[in-house]
Design a protein around this ligand. Structure first.
Ligand code: SAH
Length: 401
């Protein structure tokens, strides 16, 4: 290794190379025996085995349990603008091979670890890029990353949405703002499978929109003809637009957020849908479902896409109870022979566990439930084989008798 005396390095404890040999990009604090040459937050460090062999370049994060995240397993690589450009190009070429990017112009361009860019999420909404930097390394490299982004996507505006709580674990402040070609408003219209949809990159959730559900909106559209649908946790009503395009008789969106529901109404108008077929209801889904149950209301299809119930392992048990409870009530509102589209975006809730929870809900609801299709995050949210944590959104289409 060149300059071995001055390059900051972390030396792994004996036997702790295993995860790294499987290409998992995280090094936990307890896997590190020694730190050399006092790296600062976000600095690139050499990762050395307990015997001193070079293993990888990583970004150092002194405050986090994930003490270092691997940038590269190639010793000759430098973590500079050219490095970011190359990773961005690979990621973008994949998306271009998966989508007609003229017809579907809201896409996740970079899915963090899975695209070889730990802590970095980038969504492209038409000609606006939204960047989320979640780790110390990502934060420290923002200049090089932005320069590389503009090489791959010239003339795009760039907005940063690093207002995510996990940054606190890295000792980083929450920040938002335009990084390039600022605009007066955060609103962008995107196209998706023939729909026009409003994204607000400044005020919306996450980076403004739930791109991951694209393929599942298309699934609902296939089943929606003549159906009366309850769309729970609707956000901006994109499942409703897809369903009405598919010939649904009526859709009720339910959400707590005024802004989300106002946008849901605009989305329906933008797509010239018959507004008499849409209701936007501001309510707490948990309460409303029970109220509907008492009133004996039923639907042909219920969609359940709740926010994440579990942020860590300690919350998983109570999350399971939450999912079971809400799925039970939702099933009771489905007409015999109807469908439940149910989702979990908690990464910690594995697919098999989610299926078990829905099965338990069916037992409690005293309904027969057949899993007829399995759903997942769309393909612009790929999962690297070495990073199974990247698989977070799971769904089931359930036939309910
Ligand atoms: N299905 C949406 C994404 C849902 S995100 C889509 O595909 O775009 C979760 C939504 O649930 C958010 O819009 C949030 O405002 C809403 N929400 C959270 N808790 C809620 C509650 N108790 N009742 C109603 N809505 C809730």
């Amino acid at each position: 290794m060149n300059n071995s005396s001055t390059v900051p390095a972390v030396i792994l404890a004996e036997g702790r190379e295993k995860a790294l040999n499987r290409k998992h990009p995280w090094i936990f604090s307890n896997a590190i025996a020694k730190v050399h040459n006092t790296p600062n937050r976000g600095d690139t460090v050499a990762v050395l085995s307990s015997k001193g062999e070079w293993l990888a370049w990583a970004a150092y994060s002194p405050a986090s349990q994930i003490r270092a995240r691997i940038w590269s397993f190639q010793q000759h690589e430098q973590i500079d603008q050219a490095f970011f450009k190359q990773r961005l190009q690979r990621a973008w070429r994949l998306r271009q091979s998966l989508f007609n990017t003229e017809e579907t112009n809201g896409l996740r361009v970079v899915a963090a670890e899975s695209d070889g860019l730990p802590g970095i999420t980038i969504d492209k909404y038409q000609d606006v890029l939204v960047v989320q930097l979640l780790s110390a390394g990502a934060d420290a490299k923002r200049k090089q990353l932005v320069a590389a982004l503009l090489e791959v996507f010239p003339k795009h505006s760039i907005y940063e949405r690093s207002d995510v709580d996990v940054r606190k674990k890295e000792g980083l402040p929450l920040v938002t703002g335009w990084l390039h070609l600022p605009r007066d408003s955060g609103e962008v219209l995107i196209k998706e499978h023939g729909m026009t949809l409003v994204v607000d990159v400044v005020n919306g959730h996450k980076t403004g929109f739930y791109l991951d559900q694209r393929v599942n909106r298309a699934a609902l559209r296939r089943f929606a003809k003549d159906a009366n649908i309850l769309n729970c946790f609707s956000y901006t009503g994109t499942f409703a637009v897809a369903a009405l395009m598919g010939g649904a008789k009526h859709v009720t969106n339910v959400d707590l957020s005024d802004l989300a529901l106002e946008t849901a109404a605009r989305n329906a108008e933008l797509n010239r849908l018959d507004l008499s077929k849409l209701s936007n209801q501001k309510a707490d889904v948990f309460k409303l479902l029970r109220q509907y149950q008492e009133q004996g209301k039923t639907f042909d299809i219920v969609v359940l896409d709740p926010p994440k119930f579990a942020d860590n392992k300690a919350q998983l048990n109570s999350a399971c109870r939450g999912y079971k409870d809400i799925n039970r009530v939702a099933m009771q509102l489905v007409k015999p022979g109807g469908l439940l589209f149910t989702f979990s975006c908690s990464g910690l809730m594995e697919e098999s566990l989610f299926q078990k929870v829905v099965a338990d809900a069916a037992l409690d609801a005293k309904r027969d439930c057949l899993f007829i299709e399995r759903l997942q995050q769309d393909s612009d949210h790929p999962v690297a084989s070495f990073y199974p944590e990247g698989y977070y959104l799971k769904g089931l289409i359930c036939k309910i008798y």
